[in-house]
Design a protein. Structure first.
Length: 689
């Protein structure tokens, strides 16, 4: 049985896809996790049924066994997927009476004794066999590079000056040993040409100056690339659908983005250096071969051998770096949850226990850093040792050749000088490759996050506030029953629709479908939705201008009241704001004498009560005219007085209104009600006169 190539998970819910990817790779089909997620994208992780269904898409049949007696393990076709510790999946690579080898997407390859295996094995095993439709495919280096390029995150544009200076600097590095060689030849004849000395000093001075200019260019290009790529990342991130982004934790997302400055430094500095270094080594080697023959060939072979030997750490560093980035992601996710839940942790008295959870994640992350650091230290030590060995060997070789052939001292000086100069770019290439091994898993994680280049969305303005839903049927993935089936209703401009129903009946899902935030492309889902003449199946709504959606709970950003409102209503006046404050019944907390626009709001509005945050979030309702407004539980955290005042102001608006509520008392004469979770098709619709 050949060895299985490890694939480590990038986040906590990746274990199922990782196990399937490892077995597909073993069978001859190399796939990325992003390709697997196209068939099953979920935030809660895969089940064995999900693995089975996705495997079928690649021409692999899966059979699940319940293992009661460990003797049955010997007949399982390996490699197989095991359900592990009742919460995880691993790949079983080898099983015998003495030991078991598994590939854990969380840690990598592990060898366990029988007792440890029995302790964690949860009793279910999945065999996978390729069928006739299975096709092999191996991803090449070109495929991986193309995938990164297709994201259009890092658009390298160096212009002409930077490459010219870089080439000029490296040419001067080549010229210096040639000049030194000629000077030594003249010294041997005791006929020193002062012009040669002046030229050498001038070239060294010019090289130093160009090096300074290069460093300025490098810093400038890195900063520009970092700025543009960061903008690209966030633009792509915010263009993802809810289903695409829901499987990532916010801490995990920030963990991926935080490495971008290092990636930009590598792309802007080390990649051009590698290209120029390869050119430098090629032309310098050609020059040496033409001028010194066999000695040059010996030098080139020695440099090549040293470079290859120093690259032995690349694969292991890539694996350890991926594990480190995963542990960093978990730490940031846990810490992020703790910060966002600070008041809850303090109030419930579990701060100490949560700190233990953070410390445990930190310990795992630190250990992953230590593991990578040990290998990196070995790599650096090896480079230093080979550098010392190379310098010593060149010195000894030069001395021996000079003693044997004194008349060739100029050639030996050329080779010695060129050897030391060529050694630097050679080891620079090695260092860049090792750095790439450290960064590549992080590049993969960013590419996985934002996906490949997407067609830019075009937004269509709606013509009016009419809403027409025809034959809408919707159910969640893998659900056997529909939330609602063949749902149809129409709203004229200015109509009010109340959506009611128990929790879990699909009220919020329906609103997301109406907003175009949730697709109905799943199996069994169908229907037409036309809002203001715009068919959501063909076009995207301009949500900011035409539709006002206020979620529950209301979202407030840290900053001033003005900075929050300007996101939605950039052209409001202070007079309009004062009227909106009155309509939202906020005059008690926003006295007119204050500089209201500069009122500071803490993160998520924590310096206000829940009801006040809700009313502040509704201010934009009254600062701009919308054709359609959609409100989710607009009065849920308000007392009856504030609720009545707010609803009176909302009812006075001429917009078409869609309101989710549990409070049937809000329903007014002349409005319509859509109750979900009842009736044969999951809904009832009625109008009130």
């Amino acid at each position: 049985m050949k060895k299985i190539r490890e694939k480590l998970q990038s986040q906590q819910n990746d274990c199922g896809p990782c196990c399937l990817a490892m077995i597909l790779d073993y069978l001859g089909r190399d796939v990325e996790l992003s390709e697997l997620y196209k068939y099953k994208n979920t935030a809660v992780g895969w089940s064995m049924g999900d693995i089975k269904n996705v495997a079928k898409q690649f021409g692999v049949d899966a059979t699940v066994f319940r293992i009661v007696n460990m003797k049955g393990m010997s007949s399982i076709l390996l490699p197989a997927i095991l359900y592990w510790d009742f919460s995880h999946f691993v790949v079983l690579e080898k099983y015998n009476e003495l030991e078991v080898t598994i590939l854990d997407p969380n840690y990598g390859r592990k060898t366990l004794n029988k007792d440890t295996f029995i302790k964690f094995f949860s009793g279910y095993c999945m065999e996978l066999r390729p069928n006739q439709s299975f096709t092999k495919r191996k991803s090449s280096l070109r495929d991986k590079v193309s995938k990164i390029r297709n994201t259009k995150i890092w658009n390298l544009k160096f212009g002409k000056v930077y490459p010219t200076v870089l080439v000029g600097y490296n040419i001067l590095l080549l010229i210096i040993p040639v000049l030194i060689s000629k000077l030594i030849n003249e010294l041997s004849t005791r006929d020193i040409n002062i012009n040669q000395v002046i030229i050498l000093i001038g070239v060294i001075w010019l090289t130093t100056g160009l090096n300074y200019i290069l460093e300025k260019f490098r810093n400038q290009k890195t900063i520009i690339l970092e700025e543009k790529s960061t903008v690209n990342i966030y633009e792509k991130l915010f263009s993802l659908t809810e289903s695409e982004i829901c499987r990532y934790h916010s801490g995990d997302i920030m963990s991926r983005i935080s490495i971008n400055p290092q990636i930009c430094r590598f792309l802007a500095v080390e990649v051009p250096n590698m290209i120029i270094s390869i050119m430098l080594i090629f032309f310098a080697s050609l020059y040496l071969i033409l001028n010194t023959g066999i000695y040059a060939c010996m030098l080139i072979l020695l440099l090549l051998l040293i470079a290859i030997i120093n690259c032995i750490f690349i694969t292991i560093l890539m694996k350890l770096s991926k594990n480190e980035s995963y542990k960093r992601s978990i730490l940031r996710s846990v810490a992020n949850d703790g910060i966002l839940s600070y008041n809850f942790l303090i109030g419930s008295g579990i701060t100490y226990r949560y700190l233990k959870k953070i410390k445990s994640s930190l310990s795992d992350y630190v250990q992953s850093q230590i593991d990578r650091g040990i290998v990196e230290a070995k790599s650096i030590t090896f480079q230093q040792a080979t550098s010392t060995f190379f310098s010593l060997l060149i010195s000894i070789m030069s001395l021996v050749i000079v003693l044997l052939n004194p008349e060739r001292s100029g050639e030996i000086a050329l080779i010695s000088s060129m050897a030391m100069i060529l050694y630097s770019p050679t080891m620079g290439i090695v260092s860049s490759l090792i750095n790439m091994a450290n960064l590549y898993p992080n590049i993969e994680r960013l590419v996985d996050l934002v996906g490949e280049e997407q067609i830019p969305k075009t937004f269509t303005k709606i013509q009016n506030g009419t809403v027409n839903v025809d034959g809408l049927s919707y159910r969640y993935d893998d659900a056997s029953t529909y939330l609602f089936k063949n749902l149809s209703f129409s709203l004229k401009e200015g109509d009010t629709l109340f959506i009611t129903g128990k929790s879990g009946t699909g009220k919020t899902s329906l609103v997301k479908i109406l907003l175009g935030l949730q697709s109905i492309s799943g199996e069994g889902n169908e229907g037409n939705i036309i809002i203001g003449g715009v068919n959501l199946l063909d076009q995207n709504l301009d949500l900011r201008r035409d539709i006002c959606y206020i979620s529950h709970p209301s979202i407030l950003f840290k900053g001033t009241l003005k900075s929050n409102l300007k996101l939605f209503c950039p052209n409001y006046t202070i007079e309009e704001l004062m009227l909106a404050i009155d309509k939202a019944n906020l005059s008690d907390i926003f006295p007119h004498a204050l500089n209201i626009e500069n009122l500071f709001i803490l993160e998520n509005g924590t310096n206000f009560s829940t009801g006040q945050r809700q009313r502040i979030g509704m201010l934009r309702l009254f600062l701009q005219e919308y054709k359609v407004i959609i409100l989710d539980e607009p009065t849920s955290n308000m007392d009856s007085e504030n609720a009545k005042a707010i609803m009176a102001a909302i009812n006075a608006l001429e917009s078409t209104k869609i309101i989710i509520t549990h409070d049937n008392e809000l329903i007014q004469p002349g409005s319509k009600q859509l109750e979900l979770g009842v009736g044969e098709n999951g809904y009832t619709f009625k109008s009130y006169k």
